[in-house]
Design a protein around this ligand. Structure first.
Ligand code: PNS
Length: 162
């Protein structure tokens, strides 16, 4: 069974992430979408909220699992018997950092491969930070994040603003 892990912050999941998840789920037997705990970034959404969003938007994808991890990604991959890391690439600007991460992960664990999937062009401008910025400024989140989580995102942004 070929298992892939799609790691990230998902703060919150966007339509760009969902596009990568859907396409990856067609290539692998199982895809584990996993949120990094204790990242240096201060998230807007708690890990429970982020996992809940991911569960809602992937509920039709039977081979997709939602999880979280801490520590080295390669150690987590071994725990899960996963051999492929999936990352989305939106633009050349993503490449340098992702290339470095792929090389470090391969150095730490040569059996683990990183597979880069090009984001669909219609989502190439999209990121979780853009979603939070548009939401904060009262813009429309339709087409940026899946419909079923728009209300909860807006509510949280409103509460965070006080
Ligand atoms: O969505 P993000 O924030 O760009 O995701 C980054 C993530 C979670 C994929 C990356 O930070 C990661 O894999 N962290 C785990 C720690 C690790 O294994 N780092 C690589 C060796 S230093």
């Amino acid at each position: 069974m070929k298992i892939a892990v799609y790691p990230g912050s998902f703060d919150p999941v966007t339509n760009g992430h969902l596009d990568i998840i859907e396409r990856t789920s067609k290539v692998f037997d199982k895809v584990i979408v996993s949120i990094l705990l204790n990242s240096n970034k201060v998230p807007m959404f708690t890990v429970e909220e982020r996992m809940d969003f991911l569960r809602q938007v992937t509920k039709k994808l039977n081979n997709v699992e939602i999880d979280c991890f801490s520590g080295l990604l390669v150690n987590y991959m071994k725990e899960k018997s996963a051999t492929v890391i999936v990352k989305g690439l939106r633009a050349v600007s993503d490449f340098e950092y992702e290339f470095q991460m792929a090389l470090v992960n391969n150095k730490l664990s040569p059996d683990i491969e990183t597979l880069f999937m090009m984001t669909s062009s219609k989502y190439s401008y999209l990121s979780s930070s853009i979603v939070k910025e548009v939401g904060r400024l009262g813009g429309c989140l339709k087409e940026l994040v899946p419909e079923e989580i728009i209300f909860e995102i807006i509510e949280k942004i409103r509460k965070t603003r006080g």
